[in-house]
Design a protein around this ligand. Structure first.
Ligand code: PA5
Length: 446
């Protein structure tokens, strides 16, 4: 079943004529995207990726995943931003947020190189002691500092443990097809490489080798994932809002933004969706947050966060709206039994599934938040399958591009990400940054 956008909790916040008013802007944005005439059109490879991907490489990804599953107890995925969030989000969605702790016949998977914390890195080194390890270093540019540091540490670890030749069989690099330090290193050392296509930016790359290798190592069906994305690619083409929930979502966010909302809170009622929230936050924050514009993407998991941020959402400053992703079919069912004494007073729920109780929690919350002035967009997905995940990924990617064009920004660049890097390189004394170093140190002295 395709995703379904439910707008009943937008009543009183958006009127029919507002959809009609914004429809031409949606058409224009869709025209820019599909004719490849908008800003950043060199980065539109993801639009047709579910159909136009490298089938030979896809087979190699599956073969590499099988080898890792056979010879490794731990698979270390090194990357940051778009080079890790999608894979981690997909594995937690499809398997579990407790994937490493549950019984399974696939390796534990850890993500590193996404911070500069020596504590986090050393803990992972300890986890690997006495266990068979393979690593996947992922960096499109091949020059990002955080993953490069982690790669140096884990490469040494593997070379010490297995020798140069043994390590070579266990190191996989996902990077540009021709350029960058990582590609040079991989070629020199003979590591197997996978490609991040030139025309697919990091945050749109989960359906390339960037996401597919770790997802396949976790034992997920990457064919079904691509099938789901392909179904979404074919489904979301009409420029009529009534026929295209993906474009309608882009329209709703822009209508609410134009009416003064500045924060979009992504809501899930499933803890295993928390990393999907993180993936979505990067996708939208990095694509739209520029030129002093854009909704700030935030996220919560309910009902957990109803006991913390719920207070703010209900009653704090009225600058936000919520987008709720509901997964209709849980992975596991739990039904409440009867307590003859009814000491906890829960017998009124006897025979009820937790899914039913969760649904009532959502309905009650949506109405309460509506009463508190918070519009809710609801997106229903049927289950936790690979096919559904493929649809969700494509839905949000395409809506992001449409929404960004409607906002008048280039959704495919990230100029702001460079500012901290330049300062950090200067402060660390990287050759070529000498002038900035002195100026920054002067500012820090105060
Ligand atoms: O979306 C993006 O392009 C970024 O978030 C990158 O994914 C991130 O900065 C990592 O870059 P790289 O893959 O070049 O190491």
């Amino acid at each position: 079943m395709p995703l379904k956008l439910d707008d009943r909790y937008l009543k009183g916040f958006i009127s029919q004529h507002e959809y009609e008013g914004i429809a031409p802007a949606v058409k224009c944005a869709a025209g820019q995207l599909m004719s490849q005439k908008g800003q950043g059109s060199d980065f539109l490879g993801w639009v047709t990726l579910p159909e136009d991907y490298d089938k030979e490489e896809f087979a190699r990804i599956k073969a590499a995943a099988e080898r890792v599953k056979k010879n490794s107890q731990v698979f270390i995925v090194i990357g940051i931003g778009g080079s890790y969030l999608g894979a981690r989000a997909a594995i937690e969605f499809l398997k579990s947020d407790k994937y490493n702790d549950l019984p399974k016949d696939t390796p534990d998977i850890y993500f590193t190189g996404n911070s500069i914390s020596s504590t986090a890195l050393q803990e992972l080194v300890t986890i690997c002691e006495g266990r068979d390890v393979s690593i996947n270093m992922i960096s499109k540019s091949g020059t990002t500092t955080e993953p490069a540091i982690a790669f140096r540490v884990f490469r040494e670890l593997l070379e010490k443990k297995y020798g140069k030749e043994g390590a070579r069989q266990r190191i996989f690099c996902t990077t540009d097809k021709a350029k960058g330090t990582l590609k040079q290193l991989a070629d020199k050392e003979g590591f197997e490489t996978f490609v991040v296509p030139d025309n697919v930016g990091g945050r749109f790359s989960v359906l390339t080798a960037v996401g597919l290798l770790p997802i396949a190592v976790a034992g997920c069906d990457i064919d079904a994932l691509m099938n789901g994305a392909r179904r979404a690619m074919k489904a979301y083409t009409s420029t009529e809002l009534d026929e295209n929930d993906c474009y309608k979502y882009a329209a709703i966010r822009n209508i609410l933004y134009n009416k003064g909302k500045s924060v979009e809170v992504m809501v899930s009622y499933e803890p295993c969706y928390a990393m999907m929230n993180e993936w979505w936050k990067q996708l939208y924050g990095e694509s739209e947050g520029k030129d002093q514009k854009g909704l700030f993407p935030a996220s919560v998991v309910f009902s957990t966060d109803l006991h913390s941020l719920g207070q703010y959402i209900q009653d704090g400053r009225r600058q936000l709206f919520e987008t709720v992703v509901l997964i209709d079919q849980p992975k596991h069912q739990v039904t409440l039994g009867k307590d003859p004494e009814d000491v906890d007073g829960l017998n009124y729920l006897e025979g009820r599934s937790m899914a039913f109780i969760n649904e009532k929690a959502f309905e009650g919350t949506a109405l309460a938040h509506n009463d508190g002035g918070v519009p809710n967009v609801v997106i229903h997905a049927s289950d936790f399958s690979e096919d559904t995940l493929g649809q969700i990924i494509y839905f949000f990617e395409k809506a992001c591009a449409i929404s960004g064009y409607m906002l008048g920004v280039n959704p495919f660049n990230q100029p702001g990400v460079e500012s901290y890097k330049k300062n950090m390189f200067a402060l660390l004394g990287k050759p070529g940054y000498e002038d900035q170093k002195a100026a920054l140190e002067e500012r820090i002295k105060g």
